[in-house]
Design a protein. Structure first.
Length: 73
């Protein structure tokens, strides 16, 4: 965790003070640890996954099967 603060340009203690990952840091942290933003904040990124493109990981919205089925009705 101390390294996370440093990689984000914050104090080493900053991540320890968070009850949850701040919304403005979710994508940045997800890129650093190579996970989907939905793992860190499912309330904000439900249905999103990470896609790697030119050495960058970006969140994109996955279309759920339920969404597809609703649009056919």
């Amino acid at each position: 965790m101390p390294q996370l603060g440093k990689q984000l340009g914050l104090s080493r203690q900053a991540p320890y003070l968070w009850r949850e990952v701040p919304a403005e840091r979710v994508v940045q942290i997800a890129r650093l640890v190579d996970i989907s933003p939905a793992v860190l904040r499912p309330d904000l990124y439900e249905g999103f996954a990470m896609v790697k493109n030119d050495n960058m990981s970006l969140p994109y919205r996955c279309q759920a099967q339920n969404d597809t089925q609703k649009s056919k009705k």
